[in-house]
Ligand binder design. Structure first.
Ligand SMILES: [Ca+2]
Ligand SMILES: [Ca+2]
Ligand SMILES: [Ca+2]
Length: 127
């Protein structure tokens, strides 16, 4: 009898009639319910086809629905630009104006992504 009960429970689970629980159909680490909420495809781990899984993009603050928005592959810790960074200027105590530069990994890096950290910008030019 016990063996028969186990078989019945297994059949229900295989048929999808078992107890409802969190489901991650595409196995990308994001639950289907959450993916439907944010607009990504719960049946495709890479909704925008850019080669990066939806969860990877969300944790790296890129857009999983925009193929031109991809996780940074260089060596910098990537953080979102804060909404309020204070007054910009070049005087002591002000926040430097934002700018974009290419790094040694061939990626564009925005200065304000490092807000709150001490950084050294080293640049060189060939003439
Ligand atoms: Ca998923
Ligand atoms: Ca993607
Ligand atoms: Ca993307």
């Amino acid at each position: 009898m016990r063996a028969l009960q186990s078989v019945s429970i297994m059949a229900l689970l295989v048929a999808g009639c078992g107890p409802a629980g969190p489901v991650d159909t595409d196995g990308d680490g994001l639950l289907d319910t959450y993916e439907l909420e944010i607009g990504t495809n719960p049946e495709d781990a890479d909704s925008d086809g850019d080669g990066h899984a939806d969860n990877e993009e969300i944790y790296d603050f890129t857009d999983p629905l925009d193929e031109d928005s991809r996780p940074y592959t260089g060596g910098w810790k990537r953080m979102p630009v804060p909404d309020d960074i204070g007054e910009e200027g070049r005087e002591v105590g002000k926040v430097m104006e934002n700018f974009l530069l290419g790094d040694q990994f061939g990626e564009e890096v925005e200065l304000h992504r490092f807000y709150g950290n001490v950084i050294l910008v080293e640049s060189a030019a060939e003439w």
